[in-house]
Design a binder for this molecule. Structure first.
Ligand code: NAP
Length: 299
């Protein structure tokens, strides 16, 4: 019997933990007729590959770098209100001859924070980065938080994103700037969400703190202790599980740190629910993700 097909499209894709995570969720629910695989898809082939998936009877797909924004150019999907506003889609649902688009990344980030006991409603959020992940996260939190500041290496990107979000949400307390006043921005925030590539891949030894100009006669450690006490620091990176940014943040008193593992799991769980109408077991998904991460570490 032909299985119900699910998968993730991206490029590169061999790093993806989604097949392990979703396969474990299907197995735990006894859904042995469902299969989830990773597919390497170049941006220029996206439209062709999505049409092929539709013709092959796929039920659901996830999109990852660099396809989340590219998908709009294909003209194939009906995006929901949030993904349309965010300009990025990470979940496709093939249903009744249509292809519906959703973005579960930001809600995944929100659920991960809730899961860690961090209430964000009405709080002051600092987002580091203005790329794809930052776009949906800053939009989501601007709709429910007191204020959102976006700081980014390329200042104009942070400013443009903040302006777009002010217009889309009506929240006038959304600001964009560079790293120059980063320590002050950290001090003024309740929750810090790190969304750049710092701490992973070729930047694995670099922390956000290395990018912020130090005050005269003060060390990085002193600045962290001065600005980070009592904050929640969330790094959306999940490989490595503890970035240098998270490690250094722990110098401060009463700081709560979390990595991107639970965000990955919750964004996946939300997609799973859209496709199947069933709530997957997030503990099973977490076990599968941690096992896959540990295998990758030993490769
Ligand atoms: P992206 O669109 O390429 O954005 C990259 C961001 O990193 C930009 O803000 C960029 O700044 C910044 N950056 C890159 N190199 C830098 C450097 N040397 N110094 C300072 N800033 C630098 O990527 P993305 O899609 O947003 O993904 C970003 C991260 O989020 C990745 O690590 C990804 O794995 C993670 N992520 C995690 C989850 C999860 O479920 N946990 C979900 C989605 C994404 P400029 O604008 O100045 O270039």
């Amino acid at each position: 019997m032909k299985k119900d097909q699910y998968g993730v499209f991206g490029c590169p894709i061999n790093h993806s933990l989604s097949p392990a995570m979703h396969s474990a969720a299907f197995a735990a629910l006894g859904m042995t007729d469902c299969e989830y695989k990773a597919y390497a898809v170049e941006p220029e082939n996206l439209k062709r590959e999505i049409l092929k998936a539709q013709a092959d009877g796929f039920v659901g797909l996830n999109l990852t770098i660099p396809l989340k924004e590219k998908i709009f150019e294909t003209g194939l999907i009906i995006p929901d209100e949030f993904s349309k506003k965010a300009g990025a889609v990470n979940t496709l649902h093939f249903k009744d001859g249509e292809i519906y688009g959703y973005n579960t990344d930001a809600e995944g980030a929100f659920e991960a924070l809730e899961d860690a006991g961090c209430v964000t409603d009405g709080k002051k959020i600092l987002i580091v980065g203005a790329g794809g992940a930052a776009k949906s996260i800053s939009l989501f939190f601007s709709e429910r938080c007191n204020s959102v500041r976006i700081i980014n290496r390329t200042v104009e990107k942070a400013q443009i994103l903040a302006k777009e979000i002010r217009e889309k949400t009506g929240n006038q307390n959304v600001f964009g700037s560079g790293f120059e006043s980063g320590w002050n921005d950290l001090k003024n925030a309740d929750v810090i969400i790190q969304t750049t590539e710092l701490g992973m891949g070729k930047y694995k030894d670099v922390s956000v703190y290395d990018k912020l100009p130090l005050e005269e006669n003060k060390t990085k450690s002193e600045m962290i202790q001065e600005c980070l006490n009592g904050k929640t620091v969330f790094d959306v990176v999940y490989n490595p599980e503890e970035t240098v940014f998270l490690k250094e943040s722990q110098i401060a008193a009463n700081v709560k740190t979390l990595n991107g593992v639970m965000m990955l799991i919750y964004q996946g769980a939300l997609a799973f629910e859209i496709w199947t109408g069933k709530k997957p077991d997030v503990n099973v998904m977490k076990e599968a993700v941690l096992e896959a991460l540990s295998k990758k570490r030993n490769e």
